[in-house]
Design a protein. Sequence first.
Length: 398
Amino acid sequence: MTLAHGRPYLAIPGPSVMPDRVLNAMHQPAPNIYEGALVEMVRGLVPDLKAVARTDGHVAIYVSNGHGAWEAAASNTIAPGEKVLVLSTGRFAAGWGVVFDRIGAKTEVIDFGKHATVDLARVEAALAADAEHEIKAVVTVHVDTSTSVKNDIAAIRGVIDKLGHPALYMVDCIASLAVDRFEMDAWGVDVMVAASQKGLMTPPGLGFVFFNDKAAGRQAKTASFYWDWAPRANPEMFYQYFGGTAPTHHLLGLRAALDMIAEEGGVEAVWARHATLARAAWAAFEAWGQGGGELEMNISDTALRSHAVTALRLAGDHGTRLRQWVEQNAGLTLGIGLGMAEPGAPDAGRYFRVGHMGHINAHMLMGALGVMEAGMVALGIPHGPGALAAAAAVIAEA
Ligand SMILES: *Cc1c(COP(=O)(O)O)cnc(C)c1O
């Protein structure tokens, strides 16, 4: 017998759970892309997106995933031969670095490993050594979805400012936008990339690049006609927003998602919900790891943990077995471990991730935790007691 039949919960972490309201908004005939309701609607999307990103700057929207937004950001700011400093705390910052390599930039990667945040002293040393200001951009992630570390974006800006270094500061918020507190302008971020399918609760297919006037002023760039952000941010004709036909149905879905964020009380309320649900999840993970329990969170310092996703490990191949058990028996799909071990390596079966971002509430999280416990019991995976009570206590206090 399986108890998986019913509404599935995809907690991988992205794509995240898509609200029915978003899907229903997309379920309609093709709208006119030359005049009328869609054209009006897109004008209203722009300020709402900027409000979520906490910026008065510009936004360019691409028909792309996050990788497309990475390439857009890189190619609009950097010319071949220019130097870029990449601060890597997992798979994703490193991946963005490769995009800079491929447009011909000279990347210098500082790798802070899989369990730590960016070390400010090392950033300061790297920038201080660049007396000629050859480094044109400092590139990092807010939340690295592979390790679930959350970097202190304002503190890194503090280091750049302390040295008076003119490099652009570019941050990937693909996992964290509308999940973890992020203040683009207040934290001094020049370029920020995001995508539709995580905190924004919309199917994959839209990439966003937010940028300020300093970034807009960069003359050196490699962007081709399609990737050029200028017409997208300041279109004279409607088609220029998207470099061609508008991604009509994704835009309708995004409109519904932004309405949901506004109705919840704005992005601050969304951040607060995610913070509480993350603390509830961590309370359960903590309890499972006590008293001979195997479970460990990848990031031990709570201040450095993302509210979007938690990377976890068990012993042996218990991570993979637990994932398979909850999917087959309970309708919950957890995320694979990403970037923690090479696929096929002896320890690859240890790692997995729980996504807790986007359209999730207390009962979904408690349900996920409950069936994870059932799976550990069924599989004989050692775990400490009291996890569900600990999570419930966090929710009760909120
Ligand atoms: C998901 C993710 C990406 C990649 O986005 P795609 O849409 O798969 O291209 C990049 N960076 C971070 C931090 C992510 O979480």
